[in-house]
Design a protein around this ligand. Structure first.
Ligand code: NAG
Length: 222
């Protein structure tokens, strides 16, 4: 065999084997680079601190976080969140026209009961019964939807006032109302918002804007 041809074949051999070597090395390299990314813990930098109920800032120790949204017109239902637990919402499909109410133990933060009462065409005595049966030490969270006012009566206004409401006395047709009160509260609750249905200033044609109420309520200690 002429030495020139031998040399040529030797060069080809070295080229081909090193190509194969480089390719297999690279594919191993790629795998060993990717595997830790799939299996490893996520980087600290992309961890987002989630605040209970999506509040703008966290509550101090021994306070419960809550957020209440009234309904938007008669289109989007209200929601009630307490300590990161979405008690009532359109997604949970447990809200209704009128008043949506959740009862939470003021000591433990545990939800006891939730219900909605049709205040446009429902029976208001159901709500009277519900409010009268609220046990001691309970927090009461309320969100209006569409119309909380048509079936309001003096007895209901008084019961809500006793829970610390300042606006229950004037609640009327299609008003927006969000409220957190408590059984046996001695003063008016600081957690309440109210918007009267006023055709000139309404955000939606027949309804005022939806209301949002969020805050930290102190845990009741015995
Ligand atoms: C609220 O929780 C406290 C502490 O566990 C308990 O003693 C009390 O009975 C509860 N209240 C109601 C009405 O469930």
């Amino acid at each position: 065999m002429p030495s020139g041809l031998f040399r040529f074949l030797a060069v080809i051999f070295v080229l081909v084997t090193s190509l194969i070597f480089i390719r297999s090395y690279m594919s191993i390299g790629v795998k060993t680079i990717r595997l830790p990314r799939w299996l490893g813990p996520p980087s600290k930098k992309i961890e987002v601190v989630k605040i209970k109920c999506g509040l703008s800032k966290p509550c101090p120790d021994n306070f419960f976080a809550f957020k209440i949204l009234s309904g938007a017109a008669n289109v989007v239902g209200p929601s009630i969140c307490f300590e990161d637990h979405m008690i009532m919402s359109p997604v949970k499909d447990n809200v209704g026209r009128g008043l949506n109410i959740a009862l939470v133990n003021g000591t433990t933060g545990k939800m006891l009961r939730q219900a909605s009462f049709d205040m446009y065409s429902g029976d208001p005595t159901l709500l009277v019964k519900f409010l009268k049966a609220i046990p001691e030490g309970m927090l009461v969270l309320v969100a209006s939807y569409d119309d909380p006012g048509t079936k309001m009566n003096d007895e209901l206004r008084k019961l809500f006032s006793n829970l610390g409401s300042s606006y229950a006395g004037q609640l009327g047709f299609r008003d927006s109302w969000v409220f957190l009160g408590a059984r046996d509260i001695s003063n008016k609750s600081p957690f309440e918002q109210y918007l009267k249905n006023t055709p000139n200033t309404n955000k939606y044609e027949g309804w005022p804007e939806l209301l949002e109420l969020e805050g930290c309520v102190p845990r009741k200690v015995f």
